[in-house]
Design a protein around this ligand. Structure first.
Ligand code: PEP
Ligand code: MG
Length: 587
């Protein structure tokens, strides 16, 4: 057995060692097996049976997935059931069998080919991508033509799933089964559906391995190191031993994190702070709380569009929001209306390409342009607010009029729900994100219109410093500690506190130890971040006292540059609190 090491993208951390289970892909027959006219009825009945069997399977899978990992993942199977129901599909298959007097396998292969080339010529990327759903359904029917042969007795032994790619439906199905130790795929990136799902279910995953499916066979031994993005095929005993101890270290580290999660969120001098989580999927709520989150400070709802095959319905929105609210309860969930447009383009919305997307129709600008979509979202968020722990957050506000317009629409939606006797939290707080410099400057005006504010430092810094947040060439200029950024942040935080309104920071700055101290010094108490950073920030804030930090930050504000500010704060903090950055360094 050949030993090989492959590099991919670490999509979900952790290490697993186990046997390969290759996901089978259906190879459609290229043989045209003829049948006699007398066999036609039997062949059509065989096809009908396969379709019926597929329908039952899909319904079963749908129920199972819903029960194991949640309603939102099961919607994809509705789409598959619809494809299966399509009478023209069945008619075309029947036509081929009858006219060409062939077996159903050949008919399915032909139809599959036709559909795939038809889809290929569709200009719209979203509709083009739907070919995978059709392919998925046809593959299932194909397999079900010979179910006995196909139904191998799968043992329940834990295995490492290896595949070319996983369709969202397959990912939902496979990962909801208990016997998956890890996942290794040829395709995919950090934000692929499988990656996100694996992370939320705590299953180590490496994706983007290019050709692992060609290099392994069932039964091979694999080490999947999702932390470092490596896969080892048939490792020699010494290497396996090394990884067993690495796995142990990683598990100890996780235990440490969980211990931190249970500690109180108090500074050394007893000031209460609140670490919260930024999430993209409802499945992330529980893991976030186990890392110490005390609320979901930002739910990026645009991800609902990413995982849906068509425009998500109000029900799909509702289920995702309600699940978050229920699992976080009694802690708060800040649901941000979709921040789409700009570079976050979603094919099903057919957004026109803009010359300057970051300055274009994005966030609330897009939502006010597509009010019907915003209405659907607001209705769903309101319906999910019955437990009274949901808040609405509006992204990319630039001016007062936008808030006014949102409020009018919001009121209309509330009236509509009331008239339909639908329950919701009538006092649901409405807040806006401060991430456009113009909005930051008029914080005093805007704060009066809303219940709370949330600072999106990722965008605020990008727009304030005129530095594209994803352009490597200018990333050296993206400096959260730039004196201009500190001045505006101080102004926003102090202004909203003076108005008696709550303020949160939900950009990456909240996850950076040094920046978090500065924000604490400005009086910030709510820090929302990617949950993996919560233990680190909690450790940092727990090792300092508020008052002295406030003094250090006040002094630092008089300095000329980000570098001077950084050096000054690190030096002063370390002298006083030598343990403050310990955990940050380990990471
Ligand atoms: C931000 O801009 O800081 C923010 C939290 O929003 P996003 O990263 O989703 O743009
Ligand atoms: Mg933003």
């Amino acid at each position: 057995m050949e030993y090989l090491r492959l590099r991919g993208i670490g999509a979900s951390p952790g290490i697993s060692i186990g046997e390969v289970l290759l996901t089978e892909r259906v190879i459609f027959s290229s043989r045209k097996d003829g049948i006699s006219p007398g066999q036609l009825d039997t062949e059509i009945a065989r096809l009908e049976k396969a379709i019926e069997r597929t329908r039952r399977q899909l319904t079963d899978i749908k129920d199972k997935v819903r029960e194991k990992i949640g309603e939102e993942h099961s919607f994809i199977f509705d789409a598959h059931l619809l494809i299966l129901k399509d009478s023209s599909l069945f008619a075309s298959l029947k036509k081929i069998i009858t006219e060409e007097k062939t077996r159903a396998e050949w008919a399915i292969s032909q139809i599959h080919e036709q559909y795939m080339s038809k889809f290929e010529s569709i200009a719209d990327e979203y509709f083009r991508e739907r070919k995978f759903d059709v392919s998925d359904v046809l593959s299932r029917v194909y397999k079900n033509l010979e179910p006995v042969e196909q139904e191998k007795t799968h043992d329940d032994k834990e295995k490492i799933l290896v595949g070319h790619d996983l369709l969202p439906s397959e990912a939902a199905l496979r990962l909801s089964q208990e016997n998956v130790l890890a996942v290794a795929l040829d395709m995919g990136g950090q934000t692929s559906h499988t990656a996100i799902l694996a992370r939320s279910l705590n299953i180590p995953a490496v994706v983007g391995l290019r050709n692992i499916t060609k290099r392994v066979k069932n039964g091979d031994i694999l080490i999947v190191d999702g932390t470092d993005g490596e896969v080892l095929i048939n490792p020699p005993p010494a290497i396996e031993k090394e990884f067993i101890s690495k796995r142990q270290r990683y598990e100890n580290y996780r235990k440490e994190l969980r211990k931190t999660a249970k500690l109180k969120s108090l500074t050394l001098d007893g000031e209460r702070f609140y670490p919260m989580a930024n999430i993209e999927m409802p499945e992330e709520v529980k893991p976030a709380f186990s890392l110490g989150a005390e609320g979901i400070g930002l739910y990026r709802s645009e991800f609902i569009y990413l995982r849906s095959t068509s425009l998500p319905s109000e029900e799909e929105h509702y289920h995702a929001y309600y699940r978050c609210a229920k699992e976080a309860h009694p802690a708060h969930v800040y649901i941000r209306t979709m921040d789409i447009g700009g570079e976050k383009n979603l094919p099903q919305l057919k957004i026109e390409k803009e010359p300057n997307p970051a300055l274009g129709l994005r966030g609330i600008r897009f939502s006010l342009h597509e009010k019907a979509l915003l209405r659907v979202q607001l209705r769903a968020i309101l319906r999910a607010s019955v437990l009274k722990n949901v808040r609405i957050l509006i992204p990319m506000i630039t001016e007062y009029e936008e808030i006014k317009e949102v409020k009018i629409l919001f009121q209309e939606v509330k009236e509509e729900l009331k008239s339909q006797k639908v329950k919701f939290d009538t006092h649901i707080p409405l807040g806006v994100m401060i991430e456009v410099p113009a909005a930051a400057t008029i914080t005093d005006v805007l704060v009066r219109e809303v219940d709370y504010l949330s600072i999106g430092t990722n965008d605020l810094i990008q727009y304030y410093l005129a530095v594209d947040r994803s352009n490597e060439l200018v990333s050296y200029l993206f400096k959260p500690l730039h004196p201009s950024i500190l001045r505006i942040l101080k102004f926003i935080i102090e202004t909203s506190q003076a108005a008696g309104k709550e303020i949160t920071v939900c950009g990456e700055m909240a996850a950076d130890p040094l920046s978090a101290l500065v924000l604490l010094g400005f009086g910030l108490r709510k820090f929302s971040m990617n949950p993996i950073f919560i233990p680190r920030i909690k450790e940092v804030l727990r090792s300092v006292e508020f008052k002295p930090i406030q003094r250090i930050v006040r002094k630092a504000m008089q300095l000329k540059s980000a570098q001077e500010i950084e050096e000054y704060i690190i030096e002063r903090v370390l002298v006083k609190y030598p343990k403050a950055f310990l955990m940050g360094q380990i990471n």
